[in-house]
Design a protein around this ligand. Structure first.
Ligand code: PKZ
Length: 862
């Protein structure tokens, strides 16, 4: 492994003098850690190649030189009266993760800052922020030595223990089970159940049934509730310093982001943490970071599959409360369970406790964010609409891993069932972790927003103002009072009693989409993400280190130009070597060319390819919208890259704007479960226009009128009188796809390749749906036959991307066809106990829509 980039990390180039102290301590710590790790890796398996060993030696030498130069520069600086700026050596920073010694007012450049909340929440955008948001540095929470300002002897000897003992605990975590049981919601649910039983069994004794139902509700809350013990949290927190320190190189958070959340805690409203779910480490890291920064430990909704002996009680003591993964059993609405869950969450909110849950409902198996679920979120919304809470702060979270400890879910993408959680399995997994090196982790807390502001702006945008049935409790904001909304929606947002109205569902779903969208847009891209993406889009057949390094640099710049931050810095070659080692030799084979260059060949066949596709997924998100537009261009212009001819024959291809927009809209709708490309508060035409803008800037598309303008300007005509580019995009009826330049053809290929695997999955699904023309099929059998078909095509090299056989993408494709009303599902004889069947809809235009869709996807793929 390349040691030269062991600590690849992107520090903001905006650190103040304060960080110098961090730098020297970090440097010392790094020096030990670096040497230990190098030794450990050497002794572990002696697998380092000659090149690796050479690079390590070079790295050591370089490190020594840099240390010397830093010491010299420090000594010089001390001698001077005025602080002076030491030149920022990017290479140095990349290799040794030392914060740059640059004064805030002498900044070279700022780190890309992502994660500002949606412009439709202007108040949150303006008020929930910190002055230093752009200047503040990242903090490696594994290295708390730098936080101990004037350490005493004990702190010097046992820094982690001292730090853990210093955590403040002014918070109370009460047992709320009694309040839940006596709440009117639970009492009503019990009464309803008793009533139902009496109706079905007239001879049954009312008292007895009442007692049984009450006991049941007590049992539910006892199994569900968390019992946070601050000592358990502290003990666990202390052990995590040791444990994570062994398996990770760094865990980075942004100081300002945490300060913002700390400030929010003072305002008294509950805070809802909503991370994207990739790994079991997610919830551990979030609670740990909050504990380290003396914040309230959140209550975390955990699936009851984790409520296993030993582990369950530990999780409970650390904040986990257990919920069923499916609320209803045997298709029956379990009123008591729903009411207990809703009341418990509502009581927690009223107590001002923080909550955390994973709205995706489980870990993503593809690396892409899952389409969010609305159940638990609806409880939060309902609590606000019922005026149980005055507001809540929504904090989306995104965690970027260089290497996932779960190992990229290859088996599950191949269709193997998920391993059930067990005590033995957990112990084995933990032991396995000790041998791993999981690189760097970066946690982003994008800007929080107020739930109240979201609901108010949603209702104004969607004109949901119903008759005011309740007296106004709070003054109206922009003409709409929360109580009027509550009258309109609250009775139907509830999790337990009522059927949820369409408006309420849309409101909650829109909130869920906002949250996922914010998290996805603020996801930091790690070196492994960029390398995996390059290998799958550009170098499927392999590439030399030099080629990869050049493209890596180009792609990193492109990604940064799209306002996305990266989690590394330094020389591209070093980073590529580091990322390749992180991806592993079974994913990326290394050899030497005849002239001695390092050559990498990716594993692009099943099942190893899923490892690369998992890692590349966060980068596909960055280019997804442009790829949709390029795909729509192929369809609207009725051409494919294979038949544009050689450069002599090529001319630009014209595309009708209307057709392009129509095809793009269909694709956005089709890929809705794959990528959240737009939000309810955005106009889809605006989003398409923005992506078109980028493609025009990239010269992939041309606007004829602009060219006329440019030609006119050369003749001395004032181009400004003709309006700006946006107007042309809005009004011009034709766009030209630039197929006359080789460079643009390459760019078109790139964009095409981004969505190729998804496109192939959807195509194979759409074609497989044709089998339903003969007869309906059981959903499970249909999915199995579809998956087998996709795998077989990949194994027989009938697809361009074998990763298109990923089970999660195929499931999304089926869901999308259901959403587009091409297929439907039903239970035989309407009985929910019977298996679900899939059927092709028989409406007149369904088949035509299916064929049109296939045609569109084939154009994208050709
Ligand atoms: C210092 C040291 C630190 C260490 C620190 C350690 C921390 C120690 C903590 C451990 C922590 C472990 C954490 C594990 C991580 C997981 O286990 S992740 C899995 C569990 N979590 C989740 O799934 C959360 C997200 N899921 C949901 O919200 C799901 O909706 C539920 C609640 C699970 C229910 O799912 P479901 O049964 O499939 O039902 P679903 O269709 O979603 O709808 C249920 C009801 O919700 C309501 N609903 C649904 N959608 C909507 C909507 N859009 N609008 C309105 N209402 C809606 C309706 O009432 C609906 O009922 P119907 O009217 O349709 O009958």
């Amino acid at each position: 492994m390349s040691s030269a980039n062991i600590h690849t990390h992107n520090y903001p180039t905006g650190d103040t003098w304060d960080n110098e102290c961090f730098a020297s301590k970090g440097q010392r710590k790094y020096s030990d850690k670096y040497m230990n790790r190098t030794n450990r890796q050497k002794s572990q398996n002696n697998r380092l190649s000659h090149t690796d060993a050479k690079i390590i030696e070079q790295g050591k030498q370089r490190w020594q030189d840099k240390c010397n130069s830093l010491v010299t520069s420090r000594t010089q600086k001390k001698k001077e009266t005025k602080p002076q700026t030491v030149n920022l050596n990017v290479d140095f920073l990349a290799n040794f993760k030392i914060a740059p010694v640059v004064k805030a007012d002498q900044l070279v450049s700022y780190r890309t800052f992502m994660g500002f909340t949606c412009p439709c929440f202007p108040e949150s955008r303006k008020n929930i922020t910190s002055e230093n948001i752009l200047q503040d540095s990242l903090q490696n929470v594994l290295n708390i030595r730098s936080e101990l300002r004037h350490p005493n002897r004990f702190e010097l000897l046992f820094p982690y223990l001292a730090y853990s003992l210093q955590r403040k605990s002014p918070y109370v975590y009460p047992d709320l089970s009694l309040s839940v049981l006596i709440s009117s919601r639970v009492q009503d649910a019990v009464q309803q159940n008793v009533q139902k039983t009496i109706e079905s069994e007239p001879n049954a004794k009312m008292e007895k049934i009442l007692k049984i139902e009450k006991q049941r509700s007590k049992k539910i809350i006892d199994r569900m509730k968390a019992c946070i013990s601050y000592w358990s949290v502290s003990l666990f927190g202390y052990s995590l310093f040791k444990f994570l320190g062994l398996i990770l190189r760094s865990l980075q958070v942004h100081r300002s982001q945490l300060n913002i959340i700390k400030d929010l805690e003072q305002k008294g409203h509950p805070i809802i943490f909503l991370p994207l779910h990739k790994s079991h480490l997610d919830y551990i890291i979030v609670t740990w970071i909050l504990w380290i920064h003396d914040m309230r430990v959140p209550y975390v909704a955990a699936g009851d599959n984790l409520n296993i002996p030993i582990i369950g009680p530990i999780l409970r003591a650390l904040g986990g409360f257990f919920i069923r993964r499916r609320l209803d059993t045997n298709g029956k609405r379990d009123l008591i369970y729903r009411s207990v869950l809703q009341s418990y969450m509502q009581e927690l909110l009223q107590e001002g406790q923080s909550l955390e849950f994973f709205i995706e409902g489980g870990r993503s198996r593809s690396g892409k964010a899952l389409y969010p679920k609305g159940g638990l979120l609806s409880v939060i919304v309902d609590s606000f609409l019922q005026s149980c809470i005055q507001d809540a702060y929504i904090v989306p979270i995104s965690i970027s891993y260089e290497k996932l400890m779960e190992g990229n879910f290859i088996d599950e993408q191949m269709g193997l069932p998920k391993q059930k959680e067990s005590v033995w399995g957990t112990i084995r997994a933990l032991l396995h972790l000790f041998y791993g090196d999981y690189g760097n982790i970066r946690v982003e807390f994008p800007q929080p927003f107020s739930l109240k502001e979201f609901i108010e702006s949603y209702n104004i945008d969607n004109n949901i103002v119903m008759p005011n049935l309740l007296p106004a409790l709070t003054p109206p904001v922009n003409g709409v009072s929360p109580s009027s909304m509550s009258s309109s929606l609250s009775s139907s947002t509830s999790l337990c009693m009522f059927n949820v109205s369409k408006e309420a569902r849309d409101l909650v779903q829109s909130l869920a989409e906002h949250i996922v969208y914010s998290s996805v847009c603020s996801t930091v891209l790690m070196s492994t993400n960029i390398l995996a993406f390059l290998l799958l889009t550009k170098y499927r057949q392999g590439a030399t280190l030099k080629e990869l390094a050049d493209s890596f640099k180009e792609l990193t710049d492109l990604v940064k130009s799209r306002n996305r931050d990266i989690g590394f810095s330094g020389k591209s070659e070093d980073i590529v070597l580091y990322a390749a080692a992180m991806l592993g030799s079974n994913v990326l084979k290394r050899s030497f060319t005849e002239i001695g260059d390092v050559y990498f060949k990716p594993a692009i066949s099943l099942p190893s390819v899923f490892s690369l596709s998992y890692n590349s997924a966060p980068v596909t998100n960055v280019f997804a919208m442009e790829s949709v537009i390029v795909g729509a261009c192929f369809y609207a212009g009725n051409f494919s890259l294979s038949d544009v001819g050689n450069s002599m024959q090529r001319t630009d291809i014209s595309v009708k704007r209307e057709e392009l927009f129509a095809a793009s809209q269909v694709l956005c709708q089709l890929f809705k479960f794959e990528y959240i490309l737009s939000l309810g508060c955005m106009q889809i035409d605006d989003i398409i226009t923005d992506a078109l803008d980028l493609l025009v800037m990239d010269e992939v598309l041309r606007i004829p009128a602009l060219e006329v303008t440019n030609r006119s300007s050369k003749k001395g005509i004032d181009i400004f009188s003709l309006g700006d580019e946006d107007d042309f995009l809005q009004t011009n009826n034709t766009l030209m796809v630039n197929t006359s330049q080789d460079e643009c053809i390459e760019k078109l290929k790139f964009y095409q390749q981004v969505l190729m695997p998804v496109c192939e999955s959807y195509l194979v699904t759409a074609n497989h749906v044709k089998t339903l023309m003969d007869s309906d099929m059981e959903e499970e059998k249909f999915m199995t036959s579809l998956h087998n078909n996709a795998k077989e095509r990949a194994q027989r090299n009938l697809t361009k991307c074998s990763e298109s056989a990923a089970q999660e993408t195929l499931k999304n494709a089926v869901r999308a066809l259901h959403d587009l009303r091409i297929i439907t599902t039903y239970h035989r004889d309407g009985d929910k106990n019977n298996p679900k069947l899939v059927s092709l809809l028989w409406e007149n235009d369904v088949r035509q829509r299916l064929y049109d869709l296939i045609d569109l996807l084939e154009h994208m793929r050709e």
